[in-house]
Design a protein around this ligand. Sequence first.
Ligand SMILES: Nc1ncnc2c1ncn2[C@@H]1O[C@H](COP(=O)(O)OP(=O)(O)O)[C@@H](O)[C@H]1O
Ligand SMILES: [Mg+2]
Length: 195
Amino acid sequence: MKELELGAKIGEGHFRECYAVKGEPGLCVKKLKPNLTILQRLHLNLLRRKMNQDEYNTYSKLPEALKPYFNPVIRAGRDYLVTKRLMDYDGSHSLPVSDYEKVSNKQFWEEVEKIVALFEAHNLWFFDAFQLGTNVFVQRLSEDHWRPVIVDYKRHGWRSYPAQLNLLCNSEKKKKFYRKYERFVGLFMGDTVSR
Ligand SMILES: Nc1ncnc2c1ncn2[C@@H]1O[C@H](COP(=O)(O)OP(=O)(O)O)[C@@H](O)[C@H]1O
Ligand SMILES: [Mg+2]
């Protein structure tokens, strides 16, 4: 694969920032933030040395039914990750849920429920998938059909929260997931689609 030239910064999270790629509107690159705190560096070096490769492996091992809801990782190295940049049906870039006040689309929320049912079925608890709407995007496949797509799925085990030993236990992971999920629903589900 040829060298990629980074464009504008398009987002940032706790550990990484995300850049557009010049001449490749369908790609973006995540890199570690240059200004991580000492605590964050310690956490990374001790427990999450291979965060990007881990995310790549996680994607490869996902149950097939979940893959359409996870943004694919294309290439991962120690300090970077190349991934798809989501596009809507009209050619614009998809936006994270956090950019919406409410996501008023019935099909979107039906698919969110489907994702959660699949997490249940496979006992997979991605804590941060729905965290405050920054890790899940709204991909508009048509005017009426909107789909949730998770772009950040690195946290699903004890290593993400090493101080919380209770997360070695599956039921605790599930509890943590649901706490964040309920908050997400409360924040972003519009009145038009209330349960
Ligand atoms: N595939 C993507 N397309 C567009 N923006 C993205 C994509 N992946 C991540 N981002 C943006 O970059 C931010 C940081 O990426 P993320 O993977 O969540 O990093 P962190 O590990 O620091 O949480 C996201 O919150 C989102 O706004
Ligand atoms: Mg994130």
